[in-house]
Design a binder for this molecule. Structure first.
Ligand SMILES: Nc1nc2c(c(=O)[nH]1)N[C@H]1C(S)=C(S)[C@@H](COP(=O)(O)O)O[C@H]1N2
Ligand SMILES: [Mo]
Length: 349
């Protein structure tokens, strides 16, 4: 397995060796779906062993233990979902906060297959008074001041049990069983939310009558400011990326089709504008209709450039909720949710 693990990781840009954390390469953003070997990986703890069982319990009338066969026997669903780490773009924050020094590529899109969480919860029958659902991974370890804690996240029962939320317990990614780094044998996929909600190596689903207060949503993965109460990170903020030309490229004068992706958890994205001088010359791009509710959209713009020189390219997305990217990273102590407009320099000769 060591060999295949090494192969599975070879195309990624490593941020940390152990636990393994790695960004996607720029090619990851070219198509609609990111090939699995190019999908970013974010793990807080070493790869855990998993015994293949998933306990569903707590404040439910019908607790049970599910195995892969049980999940396979249920109706399946497939969704294409863009995942972004809430720490993506942390390097763009100044002063640099603690945490993984992510550049801009902790973002990818995959086709996930599994069963709907709401169906599993319906079968479990939460008791009256249940308000929260904890999702526990098999992974654990040292974390800041903690000797040994397990990766646990919760969602409000109203969200977890909502058929419209389309939360998956996924067992396949891009047509193959989940790989070790992406949460084998099964994981949560929470569309529209920063990746942290999508608990990998899912071991236990625990319905509760009290909201969960855990390190991964009250100590980290929170927007923390000096002057107001913190908020847990939740929906992915609106963002656009230029994928062609890549930063630092040299292109010939003439007409160049500038391309990119745009995404938002409060989406869909309704406009992407591009700017070539940094002086407010914003041009509307051609934006494709979303191919699905949870995946990035493609946009393009035919840029006619006749004068040689260095240009600074910017792309700015706006979504249906009216959210638009800010010029500078919205600072918070732990450096989450940087969706500032990116600038890339391109030489025209
Ligand atoms: N059990 C467990 N699940 C986890 C994590 C983790 O450390 N442990 N990391 C989360 C974070 S922060 C992100 S961004 C996504 C990344 O999913 P990926 O590695 O498949 O890209 O997994 C989430 N699920
Ligand atoms: Mo993340």
């Amino acid at each position: 397995m060591a060999h295949t693990l090494k192969e599975a990781r070879a195309a990624l840009t490593m941020i940390q060796a152990e636990p393994f954390n790695a960004e996607a390469p720029p090619e990851a953003l070219v198509g609609d779906v990111t090939p699995t070997r190019l999908h970013y990986v974010r793990s807080n703890f070493p790869l855990p062993p998993h015994d293949g069982s998933l306990e569903v319990g707590g404040a439910v009338e019908n607790g049970r233990t599910l195995r892969l066969d049980d999940l396979h026997a249920m109706p399946s669903a497939e969704r294409v979902v863009t995942l972004e780490c809430a720490g993506n773009g942390r390097l763009g924050q100044y002063p640099l906060p603690v945490g993984e020094p992510w550049g801009s590529y902790a973002i990818s899109t995959a086709r996930w297959k599994g069963v709907f969480l709401h169906e599993v919860l319906e079968q479990a029958r939460p008791t009256a008074g249940a308000v929260d659902v904890k999702f526990e991974g098999a992974d654990h370890g040292t974390y800041y001041q903690f000797q040994d804690i397990t990766f646990v996240r919760s969602l409000a029962l109203a969200h977890a049990a909502d058929p419209a939320a389309e939360i998956l317990i996924a067992y396949e990614m891009n047509g193959a069983p989940l790989s070790p780094d992406h949460g084998a044998p099964f994981r949560l996929i929470v569309p529209r939310w920063y990746g942290v909600a999508s608990v990998k190596w899912l071991k236990r689903i625990d319905v509760s009558t009290e909201p969960h207060v855990g390190e991964f949503q009250t100590g980290h993965y929170i927007y923390e400011w000096a002057d107001r109460p913190y908020e847990p990170v939740a929906l992915i903020r609106v963002r656009a990326r230029i994928t062609d030309p890549l930063p630092g490229a040299t292109i010939a004068a003439g007409t160049h089709t500038v391309r990119g992706k745009a995404w938002s958890g409060t989406g869909p994205v309704t406009h992407v504008h591009v700017c070539f001088t940094g002086e407010g010359d914003w041009h509307a791009t051609e934006l494709e209709h979303p191919k699905g509710p949870y995946q990035w959209q493609e946009w393009s713009f035919d840029w006619k450039v006749t004068t040689a020189g260095r240009y600074s390219l910017r792309a700015r997305a706006t979504d249906a909720a009216g959210n638009v990217q800010p010029d500078v990273p919205p600072w918070n102590r732990l450096g989450y949710g940087n969706n500032a407009i990116e600038v890339s320099c391109v030489d025209v000769r």
